[in-house]
Structure formats: structure tokens, C-alpha cells
Design a protein around this ligand. Structure first.
Ligand code: SAM
Length: 378
């Protein structure tokens, strides 16, 4: 068996509500034994799958490789167990590291303290063995360590993604309330869009849904524009394998795709979307215009609309009820034949759309509980 064929267990993290979509994505990429956890999916696979999942799983935020699980009943358990991990197999004393910690136990009161104690345990081991120690680099470390404390159990993992995978590398400018790219990719898949009928976002802001839709429709890997992944700095990094995986996945990108239309009332938002779309070189595939939704003219007689209007949370609206009423009026009057999906945290305002929803899904936009609602305008 070649070293890269060794099967390991991994945990892919995602945003709340996207677990099933992520599981399906990982299954399609060839993962074995996928299991749904809270805001995560565990799976098994070889190194090729690890690279492929980082490159292609649109709804994964990061992919962790657990290396040690141990009970924690008192604070010293954390330091002692982490200090005995042979870190020199993963990094050298000249490398840099960062620690992300999540604490849901009563042993510690604060995640930052857990991260600090973990860092101390790692660097003390190097200091004892070599006389020098790795540096801490929070932004661009050689190794990102993840600590998860839950039910008096600590899981220590290596973060194969590095920075979060929602950082796709294409979004250079944003407006006041951009959607997380992983959430956007998940909403598009949750809608069941067939990737053939035209796609519309009439409140497109910086263009996240449009770009994610175009990448999805053309089989472009979600990591296509990302400059670097965490595993590229690991001691067991296989550059040849990584090149092969990218070549295989890039060969699936299609030249043709559906029509994609974005508009927004704000010329600033369209300027931002134009810049992001320009970076991806999707100018010919994504058509953008400045227009109030009320004044849009439907392109064609059918298609899907997915849109993220202001919720009066991060983006203020003068009169949210009147605004949502007008969205409903425009859909009714102009968009017969279309299917519209709207995500909002304002459940009361959503009712004022005045159309009967044919589906409602609970999703989270950061801390905000939202409904992703379908209106079938046939
Ligand atoms: C929450 S933001 C969308 C963010 C976007 N999904 C992104 O990722 O950047 C809502 C957008 O709706 C736009 N908007 C507000 N009222 C509008 C209207 N009547 N017609 C069209 N766009 C409108 C705002 O200018 C803003 O860009």
C-alpha cells in the first residue's frame, strides 16, 4: 500500500443547516462512512480524498484530521496530553503555528485560554527537545491546530484547510452584509436548482450568489481561486498528488452554462460585484445591472430567483413590512413562471410577501436564524 492510500478519519465542518448537503457532496467525492454531526460531517478517505474535498466541497468550512482524543476532567489534562504529542513529526522548531479552540466543557471557562495552554504545551515540548520553539502566526501559520472540548473530551486535530474554506479567493470587495460563500453555495444546492434554467439574484450586493451559482453550474471547484490550503505546508504534503487532483477536477469545468443575471438598486453594490466577477473572468457569463427590483424586467419567461434582501439587522430598511410587500407584488405581477427563493431572518416581514410558500427551510446566517422560503409562481 502506498503511503497516500492510507485511510484516515476526517471531520468536515459546515454552517448550521447544511449538514445533509455537505454529506451528499462528500459522498459524491468518494468519501466512505459519512456521518452527520452537529455542524459537521465525519468521513473516511485517503490523502487524495482529503485534497479533493478541500478543493471541491462547496459547503465545507474546514476539514480537520483528528490526531488524539483524550478525557479532560481537570485543566492539567489538556497541557499534559498535548505536550506528549510528537509535534516534531508535523512541524519543526522553525515553523509557525496557530491554535483554534472551541470549549463546551466546564473545565475551562474561556476558549482563548484553552488555545493559549495548547500553544504553551506545544512550544514547551520543542524548547525542551531543541532549545528553541516555533513562532505563533495567527494569519498564515505552517500548522493550524484545532482543539474541540466537548463533554469532558478533548479532540486535537490538524486543520488541513488552513484559513476557512469560505475564503474562496475571488471576493475582493464586499458591501455591508455579504453572504458567507459556504452559506451561498449551500442555499443554491438546497434550492434544487437544476443548473440549466436561468439564475437571477435581483439584490445581488457583491455578487456572492451569482459567482457561486456560476461555479456550481460549470463544475468549477470551489477552491479554484484559492491561493493556498493548509495541507500544502504539512510534512507529508504530496505535490504531485495535489497537481493530479487539481488537473482531474479542472478538466470537468464546462465551457457552456446557464444564463446568470444579477441586479441591485445600489450602483456601489454593482461596482463591487463587477470587480469580483471581473476577477473570476466570468464577465461574459454573469450579466449585471443597476436596477431596483421593482423596475426589473424579467429576462425570459422562466428561471430561478435566489435572493438575500436586507433583514433590517446588518442592513437597515426604512419600513421592512412595506419593502417585503413590494417584493411579493413584483414577484406576482412580473415573475409568473419563475421559482423564487428568499432568505431572511425577519419571519414577520416574510409573511408580508403575501404569497403562499411551497417550502420553508431553517438555516443560519451567522448567528441569525433565518428561513429560506420558496415561492412557486406558476
Ligand atoms: C443583504 S444585501 C445582499 C448581499 C449579497 N448577497 C452579497 O453576498 O454581497 C442586500 C442587497 O439588496 C439591495 N437592495 C435593497 N433594496 C433593493 C431594491 N429595492 N431593489 C434591488 N436591490 C435592493 C441592497 O443594495 C443590498 O446590496
Amino acid at each position: 500500500m502506498k503511503k497516500e492510500d492510507i485511510v484516515s478519519e476526517y471531520t468536515a465542518k459546515t454552517v448550521a443547516g447544511m449538514e445533509e448537503i455537505l454529506q451528499r457532496e462528500l459522498d459524491l467525492l468518494g468519501a466512505a462512512n459519512t456521518k452527520i454531526l452537529k455542524r459537521a460531517v465525519s468521513f473516511e478517505g485517503d490523502k487524495a480524498l482529503l485534497y479533493r474535498a478541500n478543493y471541491c466541497a462547496r459547503t465545507a468550512l474546514r476539514i480537520l484530521k483528528p490526531i488524539l482524543v483524550f478525557p479532560v476532567t481537570k485543566q492539567e489534562d489538556l497541557y499534559n496530553n498535548i505536550n506528549r504529542i510528537p509535534w516534531e513529526e508535523y512541524i519543526s522548531n522553525e515553523s509557525s503555528l496557530a491554535v483554534d479552540a472551541v470549549n463546551a466543557t466546564s473545565v475551562f471557562t474561556n476558549s482563548q485560554y484553552v488555545a493559549l495552554k495548547t500553544k504553551d504545551a506545544v512550544v514547551d515540548r520543542f524548547r525542551e527537545k531543541t532549545g528553541s520553539r516555533p513562532d505563533v502566526d495567527l494569519d498564515n501559520p505552517d500548522l493550524r491546530i484545532n482543539i474541540h472540548l466537548f463533554k469532558e473530551t478533548c479532540t486535537v486535530s490538524l486543520d488541513s484547510s488552513g484559513s476557512s474554506l469560505h475564503k474562496r479567493g475571488y471576493r475582493h470587495v464586499t458591501g455591508p452584509a455579504p453572504l458567507n460563500e459556504v452559506l451561498a453555495a449551500g442555499l443554491i444546492q438546497l434550492s434544487g436548482w437544476n443548473r440549466t434554467v436561468p439564475f437571477h439574484d435581483p439584490m445581488c450586493g457583491s455578487g456572492t450568489l451569482l459567482i457561486e451559482a456560476n461555479m456550481y453550474a460549470r463544475n468549477m471547484p470551489s477552491g479554484y481561486f484559492r491561493p493556498v490550503f493548509g495541507f500544502e505546508k504539512w510534512a507529508d504534503y504530496d505535490a504531485e498528488l495535489w497537481t493530479r487532483i487539481k488537473d482531474e477536477e479542472n478538466a470537468k469545468i464546462t465551457e457552456t452554462g446557464p444564463e446568470i443575471y444579477g441586479s441591485d438598486i445600489s450602483s456601489r453594490a454593482i461596482a463591487n460585484a463587477t470587480e469580483n466577477v471581473g476577477f473570476t473572468r466570468f464577465q461574459k457569463q454573469i450579466r449585471l445591472e443597476v436596477a431596483a427590483f421593482e423596475n426589473t424586467v424579467p429576462k425570459g419567461t422562466a428561471g430561478i430567483i435566489i435572493c438575500n434582501p436586507p433583514y433590517d439587522e446588518r442592513m437597515e430598511v426604512d419600513d421592512i413590512i412595506t419593502f417585503y410587500k413590494s417584493i411579493g407584488d413584483v414577484l406576482k405581477k412580473k415573475y409568473t413562471g419563475f421559482e423564487a427563493w428568499i432568505i431572511s431572518s425577519d419571519l414577520k416581514a416574510l409573511k408580508f410577501i403575501g404569497l403562499h410558500p411551497s417550502k420553508k427551510i431553517t438555516v443560519f446566517n451567522g448567528p441569525l436564524e433565518c428561513r429560506f422560503v420558496r415561492f412557486s409562481l406558476y
